[in-house]
Design a protein around this ligand. Structure first.
Ligand SMILES: C[S@@+](CC[C@H](N)C(=O)[O-])C[C@H]1O[C@@H](n2cnc3c(N)ncnc32)[C@H](O)[C@@H]1O
Length: 201
């Protein structure tokens, strides 16, 4: 797949990093594509993912700069009040939604949790975006990215991170966020994703 919908939103996610952030955790980091971008901004970054093959690929492409943990975040020990930024890209639907409570507790004061999530559509607005607009725009976007990849000598499309379909609907994500992450915002994005942002008080 030349046009990766998760990678497309990396710039949007990087814009959620607080100005004076120093520490970050990338949950469900997979092969570390976004983790490396976080580290490139100068943050001290940890990536966590239980998929050994993905973590090995991540370590091979980020020598020394990032601490990778081959662990299930729901069981892992996370320091409370520690991280200035926690990202979770296309991974929250692999675990119970309630995991956000653990991630919230791991945020330092003023820290931000940014989730790029997948969910089932539950409103006319979601359906309009994901059944009508997204498929139409996906085709030219794929062509543009594929052409760019060819010009750059080929893309980096080796996918070894596990994938799965979401179970929760957008309505359930909004309800869960309102309950577990008071003050958070949830926005439906164009390419079959949502953005959940929570800032710790
Ligand atoms: C679709 S991949 C996304 C990988 C990466 N974030 C990206 O955007 O390319 C989902 C990742 O979530 C990871 N994952 C699943 N359950 C997890 C858990 N309990 N704790 C941490 N990561 C988990 C999977 O191993 C997989 O690498």
């Amino acid at each position: 797949m030349p046009f990766n919908h998760n990678d497309h939103y990396h710039p949007l996610l990087l814009r959620q990093v607080p100005a004076r952030a120093r520490t970050a955790l990338d949950v469900g980091c997979g092969t570390g594509k976004f983790t490396r971008k976080l580290a490139a901004t100068g943050l001290a970054v940890e990536g966590i993912d239980p998929a050994r093959e993905a973590i090995e690929a991540a370590c091979a492409t980020s020598p020394g700069k990032i601490t990778y943990r081959c662990e299930d975040v729901t069981r892992a020990g996370l320091p409370e009040g520690h991280y200035d930024f926690i990202s979770c890209l296309a991974a929250l639907h692999h675990m119970p939604f309630e995991t956000v409570t653990k991630l919230r507790r791991a945020l330092a004061p003023g820290g931000v949790l940014a989730v790029l999530g997948l969910a089932l559509p539950s409103s006319a607005r979601d359906l309009g975006k994901w059944l009508l607009a997204a498929p139409l725009l996906n085709v030219p976007a794929r062509l543009v990215v594929a052409a760019g990849d060819r010009l750059n000598g080929g893309g980096d499309h080796v996918a070894v991170a596990p994938v799965r379909d979401p179970d929760l609907s957008m309505a359930e994500v909004r309800r869960g966020s309102a309950t577990l992450l008071p003050g958070s915002t949830v926005r439906t994005l164009l390419f079959w994703r949502y953005l959940l942002v929570y800032r710790a008080g």
